[in-house]
Design a protein. Structure first.
Length: 510
């Protein structure tokens, strides 16, 4: 551990009044970011119809938000350590609400891409600040474990509520409404946050190095872009150049941090085996899970014919499991061990994904619901405990940077997972054999096949949809098998990397 914890003389010395009300404000921010990350997938068909983007523009609309967030998380987490986590959270929340309006009323694909990128800048300020503020609000490690569990449960609930809320709005209003729901939530967050949230920062922050910020942004965006492009379209010179530029920038970033007296990100954090193990577990978990999250909504809607709202409700067991597990994860980790809870949770998710390798077009909901419930429980245990380990592994003044590393692992894992597992699904899907007269657009995506079928004779349309859906299911089951292998490998790695890691029990001085 990087610091020594010692008992405080009184609980009042470390238990801040109003800390649970303050946590509710942070939960609002997490809930909103999680909802926004999932709601776009449902709105994409409507945006495509209204704005008529090209295929490349549509990819950028979907990807640029995660690109920017991944590239700026470390920088924004470090900025919050310097200027104040409350300040950057409130500034970011205000910007997030304002830019949501720009997203809702974007009239061209180019404006939509710019709006999503700006939303990514605002979003990058929120997640690290919320977790860092929890680190400084709760000095009793047991209370902090519960607070982190509630924080993680909100993220999981938001990811599941997003499709439900989005589905309802899309069935009753225009697609821009999925962005406008951000406004009232952000207004409450800012007004209440000004009153309840305490300010915290690094007392000796050092300068905010703009060259490091640039290297981090160029490095993450370059690498993530190259992975996505290579997975979707194969290797090309432009893709290779982007990847090499990104790798060189990240190398320069690491070298610069090691030589700076007060770095943007203290690379020595990674010498802590618990910290590194928790970050790696998060990255591999999201990598393996992202394919399920990304493609299951399409399966429920385009293969099984569920409406958006119904598909959102069908995914709720994952949120229920994650919320329940997150709330007790800290207690269970203290009763058994950190590595048992994290490894056990990851193994459960891996086995649940393995069960998806046997699904077909008409698989009943009991199997799907059970799989989602197990995924939620396993992920809830794992993510909550790894977040607790990351926070307790660093001094309080570095909480923002450490939280940002955790969130960056999440974003990078999602980008890599969608790219790698997405390429598997797409590769299998494109090779399906349709009836004579099948248009080329039907081979690009299942959504394209459904749209193309609407213009074909009934018999031809039925044959096309049957072949396309079966190909999609074949790709999904193969991706689920790869995801299961990744999760089981992560479980084994966590068992060794988190050996001897424990959650703290004693009080600590603020």
């Amino acid at each position: 551990m990087n610091r020594t914890l010692r008992p405080a003389h009184t609980n009042e010395a470390v238990k801040r009044p109003g800390r649970w009300l303050a946590l509710s404000v942070l939960v609002l921010a997490v809930l909103l970011v999680a909802v926004d990350a999932t709601v776009l997938g449902l709105a994409t068909p409507y945006i495509s119809e209204d704005l008529a983007p090209t295929g490349t523009q549509l990819l950028w609309i979907g990807d640029v938000y995660s690109f920017v967030i991944a590239g700026l998380l470390v920088s924004m987490g470090s900025l919050g350590d310097r200027i104040g986590r409350k300040r950057i959270l409130l500034i970011g929340a205000t910007a997030f609400g304002a830019i949501s309006v720009l997203n809702a009323y974007a009239s061209t694909p180019e404006l939509m891409i710019v709006a999503r990128a700006l939303l990514g800048v605002a979003g990058a300020t929120l997640m690290p600040a919320t977790l860092a503020l929890i680190r400084n609000l709760f000095h009793d490690p047991r209370e902090r474990s519960l607070a982190v569990g509630i924080w993680g449960a909100a993220a999981s609930a938001g990811a599941a509520v997003g499709p439900v809320v989005g589905g309802f709005l899309l069935e009753h209003f225009w697609w821009g409404s999925v962005f406008l729901i951000n406004l009232p939530v952000m207004a409450v967050l800012v007004v209440v946050g000004i009153k309840l949230l305490p300010e915290s920062r690094n007392p000796n922050p050092g300068p905010w190095d703009l060259l490091s910020v640039t290297l981090s942004l160029v490095g993450m965006v370059g690498v993530v872009y190259a992975v996505k492009e290579a997975a979707a379209h194969g290797f090309a010179w432009a893709t290779l150049a982007a990847g090499l530029l990104g790798a060189a920038a990240l190398y320069g970033f690491v070298r610069r941090q090691l030589t700076m007296p007060v770095p943007l990100l203290d690379m020595r954090l990674f010498r802590n085996r618990g910290f590194s193990g928790a970050v790696l577990a998060d990255l591999l978990t999201i990598l393996g899970l992202s394919g399920l999250v990304f493609f299951l909504s399409q399966y429920l809607q385009l293969v099984q014919g569920r409406r958006p709202f119904e598909a959102g409700l069908a995914e709720l067991p994952a949120a229920v499991g994650a919320v329940a597990a997150g709330l007790i994860a800290g207690r269970v980790a203290r009763r058994f061990s950190v590595r048992a809870v994290v490894s056990g949770g990851l193994a459960a998710v891996g086995l649940a994904l393995a069960a998806l390798t046997v699904i077909g077009q008409n698989t009943g909901y009991p199997l799907l619901g059970a799989v989602l419930l197990v995924v939620g429980v396993g992920a809830g245990f794992s993510f909550t405990v790894t977040a607790d380990v990351i926070l307790s592994s660093v001094p309080g003044e570095q909480a923002g940077a450490a939280s940002a590393v955790s969130e960056t692992a999440y974003e990078l894992g999602a980008a890599l997972g969608i790219a790698v597992l997405g390429s598997i699904v797409t590769g299998v899907y494109r090779d399906f054999t349709g009836p004579d007269g099948t248009p080329a657009a039907a081979h690009e995506s299942l959504g394209g096949a459904v749209e193309a079928a609407s213009d074909l004779p009934a018999h031809t349309a039925e044959a096309l949809l049957s072949a396309a859906r079966q190909a999609f299911v074949d790709g999904l089951t193969l991706a689920a098998g790869v995801g299961a292998a990744v999760l089981l490998a992560a479980a084994v790695a966590s068992w060794f990397l988190l050996r001897g890691q424990r959650l703290e029990d004693g009080m600590e001085h603020p």
